[in-house]
Write a protein that binds this ligand. Structure first.
Ligand SMILES: [Zn+2]
Ligand SMILES: [Zn+2]
Length: 174
């Protein structure tokens, strides 16, 4: 796999300002690394930024377009190795799954506990078969859950709940 390849510095390390979790600027060291084949890994902040841009775009697509993108672009961001290593999520799958759930948790079937700033219901996208266990980042493996159910799935992962989610997933379309 790519991340096991050798890397080297292609420029001198430098400092730059970055915002921390609370939005306060802090200085961080940047080590400009590239693989020996001269391809370059992508920074986390860039990945997050890219996700937001793609996710916003995804939300504007028609149902047909979104379904198409969500299911036919496993290599969505164009850097499959990085996505595998960092578990980067496919924004189209996230957008599709949230649209399909339509504000209702797919396990307890209750409405989302609150709305986000932009008015959209807050639900979290979960992979029925976890990505770490080889689950695919595809709509057929993704469900939208309220935070409580999401916690529960990660702490108990009961077979009976998994069955409900698989069924809910199969039954629904956007
Ligand atoms: Zn729930
Ligand atoms: Zn999850």
């Amino acid at each position: 796999m790519k991340f096991l390849d050798r890397v080297h510095l292609y420029e001198k390390p430098y400092q730059k300002e970055q915002l921390d979790k609370n939005g306060n600027p802090r200085k961080v060291w940047v080590f400009p690394l590239e693989f020996d084949d001269h391809s370059r890994p992508i920074e986390n902040s860039e990945i997050e930024e890219l996700f937001k841009v793609k996710f916003n775009k995804a939300q504007k697509l028609s149902n047909e377009e979104l379904e198409d993108k969500a299911n036919n672009l496993p290599d969505i961001l164009g850097f499959r190795e990085v996505t595998t290593v960092r578990n980067q999520r496919n924004p189209y799958v996230v957008a599709y799954t949230l649209r399909r759930a339509n504000g209702v948790c797919e396990l307890c079937e209750q409405s989302a506990p609150f709305n986000k700033d932009n008015g959209e219901p807050y639900l979290e996208v979960h992979h029925v078969k976890h990505l770490e266990d080889g689950g695919h980042d595809m709509t057929e493996n993704a469900v939208a859950l309220c935070p409580n159910c999401h916690r529960m799935m990660h702490s108990l992962n009961r077979k009976s709940d998994i069955d409900i989610l698989i069924l809910a997933n199969k039954k629904k379309k956007i």
